[in-house]
Write a protein that binds this ligand. Structure first.
Ligand code: PLP
Length: 392
């Protein structure tokens, strides 16, 4: 058998993640590997934690990257804060709320589901009703930005209600971090996790997390050991925590952390709030183009994510065939619908480095050309100009 090196094509990544990676980040990743207890590496870890605090807008000491993708950040939050026999209220308005339920049940706890229609935000009144009906609940979990539908929920309000009923909160910010306003300390969030491959535009495989003092207190006062050895924060902190006597826990993904550090430096250079503004501006241009084409959005404007655009399909069009042509002819990846949304929407991501003017115009031009070619019922030839007007 003859094998050779793998050379991937250069795609434009405009799906639900991973998003386009800034070449600076790929370059950082290719730098020499050093030891995970090397003093130079330890200094880098400290800088990562500090940059991450700035990104989450928190002073939480327990703020660090988990050495695994966003789903592992989710699991880290649940296995550390939830014990067998607990009751957790899980708000679900898309795919990822369902994954939270799985986590709760695997901890041996009971999940009380607060369900909202897909494409709608979590309803604070329904959460409050569930808290009244379940005074035994100790934790509330919800997704800030539902990537499966493109809807954002009011995290600040949901956290406040949870605290009124003495619950700690677990918030999924995988898609919201760096793309939408998110303030961990101001909003009083207890446990939060994100991912590197969405609006941070880093390579996949790292999950930033942060825990408030109240969350840390609960972790330290658990009755039982955390069921996962790898994710037990009491142990992980021996490596990531403060102080000189760092000890081996697992071998950190050194080069992936170079990449993550670079992504945080890039964000710092741009400014967090400027990044939120850029995500919104590019969304506005894409929206003008999509609407000029005669297509619509699945989610109401009031709670639509700028970084994840769920676009409804033209009548009678095979959405998978369109994505296939976009990929093969334009090297452009957009996302399909997930779960019940499969075959009903496209998910066009404008995340991180991919959220730029060129990508908006390329995507609109390509979609317009492919759909026109398929004789879809759209307004041909208008999308790009509509977006250009917004940019002007
Ligand atoms: C992508 C995503 C995840 C999972 O992240 P992975 O890195 O794929 O494990 C979790 N929650 C939301 C909202 C996401 O968009």
């Amino acid at each position: 058998m003859s094998v050779s090196s793998f050379h991937p094509p250069e795609r434009i990544l405009m799906g639900p993640g991973p998003s386009d990676v800034n070449p600076r980040i790929l370059e950082a990743m290719a730098r020499p590997t050093i030891g995970h207890l090397d003093p130079m590496f330890v200094a880098l870890m400290e800088e990562i934690k500090s940059l991450l605090q700035d990104t989450f807008l928190t002073k939480n000491k327990l703020t660090m990257p988990v050495s695994a993708p966003g789903s592992a950040g989710m699991e880290t939050c649940f296995v550390n804060l939830v014990e067998a026999g607990d009751t957790v209220i899980v708000c679900q308005n898309g795919v990822f709320g369902g994954r939270m339920k799985e986590n709760v049940e695997r901890c041996g706890a009971t999940a009380i589901m607060v369900e909202d229609d897909w494409g709608k935000p979590v309803d604070p009144n329904k959460l409050e009703d569930a808290l009244k009906a379940h005074p035994e609940a100790s934790t509330v979990a919800f997704v800030h930005a539902e990537t499966s539908t493109g809807a954002i929920s009011d995290a600040k309000t949901l956290v406040k209600i949870a605290h009124d009923y003495d619950c700690l909160t677990i918030v999924d910010a995988v898609t919201s971090l760096a793309g939408s306003e998110l303030r961990v300390d101001d909003w009083d969030i207890d446990a939060i996790y994100s991912g590197t491959q969405k609006c941070l535009s880093c390579t996949p495989g790292i999950s930033p997390v942060s825990f408030s003092d109240a969350a840390v207190e609960r972790i330290q006062n658990r009755k039982t050991k955390v069921q996962s050895w790898f994710m037990d924060l009491n142990l992980v902190m021996g490596y990531w925590g403060e102080g000189a006597q760092r000890s081996y826990h697992h071998t950190a993904p050194i080069n992936a952390l170079y990449a993550f550090h670079e992504s945080l430096v890039i964000l710092q250079e741009e400014g967090l709030e400027n990044s939120w503004v850029r995500h919104d501006a590019n969304h506005q241009a894409l929206k003008a183009g999509i609407e000029a084409m005669g297509l619509g959005f699945f989610v109401d404007e009031a709670y639509r994510l700028p970084q994840l655009n769920a676009v409804t399909l033209p009548e009678g069009i095979d959405e998978a065939a369109v994505r296939k042509i976009l990929l093969s002819r334009y090297n452009l990846e957009i996302g399909a619908g997930l779960g019940p949304m499969a075959g009903k929407i496209w998910r066009i991501g404008l995340m991180g480095y991919a959220s730029n003017q060129q990508n908006v115009l390329t995507c609109l031009g390509a979609l317009d050309a492919v759909l026109t070619d398929m004789k879809a019922k759209i307004e041909s030839g208008k999308a790009v100009n509509a977006a250009l007007e917004v940019f002007a």
